[in-house]
Design a protein around this ligand. Structure first.
Ligand SMILES: Cc1ncc(COP(=O)(O)O)c(C=O)c1O
Length: 418
């Protein structure tokens, strides 16, 4: 983004001016890594959210609350669809949704013909998993650290069709991308058809080298499905550059859309072979909309995607990613190496962003989360997954998190570990 564009978006009249015009120019010229540390700048972003004074929310991985301008716009969409009722649905819904889908495709860097708006990552990825014509003995690869709903969907296919799931386990602190590529490569056999890989592991925040894994898998004739639940709108990337065949993400996570919106990207050549879950003879086998038969659904959520993109772009993805990574590094640096504190997130800063996971030796994750909340008013979530070797609390700051809040958290963690 050049300076003029930055001034235009950051000063976007539709959202209200985020930063006073006199200070804009200084921030516009600032390198992202430096801007990431400017608490005064981020305080203006924080001012766009309505935050509870009752506790510090470090559990923004579940979903992001909407910024106030997005929430206001969303309420307007609810009112409009309620007011115009079926006339809205019959005359304006389709073109409005197409506009939103096209804008999302721009954000994702793909064609609108390769992207649909779903309810969430679960619907997106389960549509792909269930869309394969599995035959007995076919194989799929996934990791123990993947999300439970997708692992369950693969188990369902195994029960139903006799396909076989090969589950690998990821190192928490790899020395190289190649180490991770090899973990997946070792599980491929002549029967492997599909490999699922997380762009960002939700329980540890580990960012995986998706491009390298996809290139390796494609060289062996294996399709690649990427779970981007947490990566989309947290990391600065374009979906096709990752090299996957399918990509699913939730927009209520890092794009700050109201609950209940996601995307599914399917590479053009892969659309025809996927079976839809719901019958829809209106679309050709090669048309991605065949996978998007939602029935009547809360269209006002889809409409608010436009407003959430406005807000997201008014900050800029590179600035957002830099701030989120800075915040995570700000607190993890202070506790790495402290006796009894165990970090379950890679030490290499390129391999993580907002999310990290921390445990205290001898303390159950549920007890740690409870103590943090009851004694220190810090809200996190306990992760206790033996098969994934992850025991700790997941800590997820957001763009509105302050370093002072993280100082409170670090103090609490050190006190509990002492
Ligand atoms: C890695 C990962 N995949 C999939 C999902 C499912 O997302 P949703 O519940 O929005 O469908 C999540 C949710 O946290 C996740 O972390």
């Amino acid at each position: 983004m050049n300076k003029r564009e930055f001034l235009r978006t950051l000063g976007s009249a539709s959202l209200g001016v985020m930063v006073a015009p006199a200070t804009l120019e200084r921030y516009a010229r600032m390198p992202y890594a430096e801007l990431a540390q400017q608490d005064a700048f981020w305080a203006t972003i924080r001012g766009k959210y309505r935050l509870t004074p009752d506790y510090i929310n470090l559990e923004n991985g579940y979903y992001s609350m909407q910024a106030e301008p997005v929430l206001d716009a969303f309420m307007g969409h609810v009112r409009r669809t309620n007011y115009e009722a079926s006339r809205y649905m019959r005359t304006a819904q389709v073109p409005d949704k197409l506009r939103v889908r096209t804008r999302l495709a721009g954000l994702a860097g793909c064609s609108a013909e390769e992207l649909i708006v779903t309810r969430n990552t679960t619907e997106s990825l389960d549509t792909v998993i269930a869309g394969y014509d599995w035959t007995p003995g076919d194989e799929a690869i996934m990791a123990a650290q993947d999300y439970g709903a997708m692992l369950d969907m693969f188990k369902l296919q195994a029960r139903r069709y006799g396909m076989v799931n090969r589950v690998v386990s990821l190192p928490h602190d790899p020395r190289s991308d190649d180490e991770l590529v090899q973990v997946y490569a070792n599980a491929i056999t002549p029967r492997t058809r599909l490999l699922m890989v997380c762009h960002m592991v939700n329980i540890t925040g580990h960012i995986l080298p998706v491009r390298a894994i996809a290139d390796m898998a494609h060289a062996r004739g294996v399709d690649v499905m990427v779970d981007g639940a947490h990566a989309f709108a947290q990391l600065d990337f374009k979906i096709p550059d990752l090299g996957g065949d399918y990509y699913g993400a939730s927009l209520h996570k890092w794009l700050g859309v109201p609950l209940g919106a996601g995307i599914l990207y399917v590479r053009r050549e892969k659309i025809e072979k996927l079976w839809p879950i719901y019958g829809d003879s209106a679309f050709a086998d090669t048309d991605i909309r065949k996978l998007n038969h939602t029935g009547t659904h809360p269209v006002h959520t889809d409409l608010a995607i436009d407003d959430a993109i406005d807000f997201h772009e008014s900050i800029g993805i590179a600035r957002k990613e830099a701030r989120l990574r800075f915040l995570q590094q700000y607190w993890t640096r202070q506790v790495r190496g402290v006796p009894r504190i165990v970090l379950n997130t890679p030490s290499d800063s390129k391999r993580s962003c907002a999310i990290a996971n921390v445990g205290v030796e001898g303390v159950k994750p549920a007890d740690l989360a409870r103590e943090l909340f009851e004694r220190f008013r810090v809200w996190t979530v306990a992760i206790d997954r033996a098969e994934a070797r992850v025991h700790g609390v997941r800590v997820t700051p957001h763009v509105y998190t302050t370093t002072a809040e993280l100082d409170t958290f670090v103090g609490a963690l050190k006190a509990l570990a002492a």
